[in-house]
Design a protein around this ligand. Structure first.
Ligand code: GDP
Length: 424
């Protein structure tokens, strides 16, 4: 059985906690896209960890963790993260890295920084971790697959031809120092030797695993609205954040993905630039950000303060649709307990007309939120594990969202800990 866990919004929906819960039951946990540019926070019996590249099954003693071919592999980040986990008392994880995954090169990180510097105030709010230059090169066919590190003559020759172009850009577009083939070659060989114990033909491995009926969890990063096709382009990431891409980024049959769990938070938050229709500002935003605390304040990887907003039914319904969600997890309802009334965004007004369908970016930029106000519950809801024991207004809030999304909300999360979850 293959199941995917993905974000319905901008990322930071609280996928980490849910993934950690589900990873504990999985035989195999796979990262299929993205890189070390985002991450999630996991709190379990070992302590609190920020994961960026490692699959969440690293805390389970039975799970095999796979970094799939679709991932942007930053080798020094991976090695650092492995150390962070084992230093924290977690047993050395069972890890496999696809030999078809490509490598984030040191110059990808540099180009990301230089390009944001060049764009200055027009920048996209990149995390500057090299992700956009990495995927550009992958699709321009000038990327480096892990498998290529094992043919040294081929590697050196390819480095010479790729760096010839990079050095022209460095010198003439960015006015920055040039790169040396020898230095980079030696660096890559050193990295190859460090990850060698984990490199494998994961497509062959997964082919057998599917036949044997193993429980496989595909772990998404970021969310629908950051997808390069369906997200708020160009304020998106550079690899698909959708469950459907899991088949490609891991090497699995698409029809085997039976369960698609979309995670959404009971309010909205986003990092970086781009339209954010239900955004709130000033004291209201500060208060929500502060109450969000763990859940709301800063990105797990970037440490950037988040932009805050009310729950957005239009964006989230669309986010669930493009994921093909079979169920929804609504997280962080505990954060809203201080409010007398809770606005939610139920429509977008664009040029005087109200729509409930999420528009493409140029129209989205003109959208104004149509808000509906629901009752608050003004009572701490942490510790409750039975839906019927939630205050009536909190139950109504969940039911309202479920109706708007048209997808069953099967879990409600009311705190950051693994056990703070209500199953319905
Ligand atoms: P991801 O980007 O979707 O993986 O987001 P994370 O898993 O990093 O979640 C963001 C933050 O929300 C983390 O600090 C979590 O501990 C916290 N969090 C997750 N679920 C809940 C919840 O139900 N209530 C509260 N208060 N915090 C939560």
């Amino acid at each position: 059985m293959i199941r995917a866990i993905v974000g319905a919004n901008w990322g930071d929906e609280g996928k980490g906690k849910v993934t950690d819960m589900l990873a504990a039951q999985a035989d195999i946990v796979i990262r299929f896209q993205g890189g070390a540019n985002a991450g999630h926070t996991i709190i379990n019996h070992y302590g609190k960890f920020a994961l960026h590249l490692l699959p969440s099954g690293v805390f389970s003693d039975k799970a095999v963790n796979i970094i799939g071919n679709g991932v942007a592999l930053n080798i020094p980040s991976l090695l650092k993260e492995l150390k962070h986990v084992t230093d924290g008392g977690v047993p050395a994880p069972r890890l496999m890295i696809s030999n078809r995954a490509q490598i984030v090169m040191p110059y990808h990180v540099l180009f990301d920084q230089y390009e944001e510097e060049r764009l200055s105030h027009k920048q996209f709010g990149s995390t500057k971790s090299g992700i956009a230059p990495f995927y550009s090169d992958k699709y321009a066919k000038t990327g480096f697959q892990i498998s290529e590190l094992y043919d040294e003559a081929y590697l050196r020759e390819k480095l010479e031809s790729v760096l010839a172009v990079k050095n022209i850009l460095l010198e003439h577009l960015y006015n920055k120092p040039q790169l040396s083939v020898d230095e980079l070659f030696n660096q890559l060989i050193e990295w190859r030797d460090a990850i060698d114990p984990y490199v494998a033909d994961t497509v062959a491995y997964l082919g057998s695993a599917v036949k044997e009926g193993k429980t496989i969890l595909l772990e998404g990063q970021l969310g629908s609205l950051k997808d390069p096709d369906f997200g708020i382009y160009p304020y998106t990431t550079s690899s698909s954040t959708l469950a459907g891409y899991g088949a490609v980024g891991a090497g699995l049959p698409p029809y085997e993905i039976k369960d698609i769990i979309a995670v959404t938070k009971a309010y909205s938050s986003a990092v970086g630039a781009g339209a954010f229709t239900s955004e709130i500002f000033g004291d209201k935003a500060d208060e929500l950000r502060r109450r969000g605390g763990d859940a709301g304040e800063f990105g797990a990887t970037t440490g950037r303060p988040r932009r805050m907003g009310w729950f957005d039914c239009v964006a989230t319904r669309y986010g669930c649709r493009v994921q093909g969600a079979t169920q929804v997890v609504l997280t962080a309802i505990d954060v809203l307990s201080y409010l007398d009334e809770i606005p939610v965004c139920v429509g977008y007004e664009i040029d005087g007309k109200v729509t409930e369908d999420f528009p493409a970016t140029v129209d989205l930029n003109r959208a104004k939120p149509v808000l509906k106000t629901l009752h608050g519950w003004k009572q701490d809801v942490r510790g409750i594990t039975d839906f019927a024991k939630l205050p009536q207004a909190a139950q109504d809030y969940v039911l309202f969202i479920e109706k708007e999304l048209g997808v069953p909300v099967k879990m409600v999360s009311n705190g950051p800990r693994r056990e703070e979850i209500i199953h319905r």
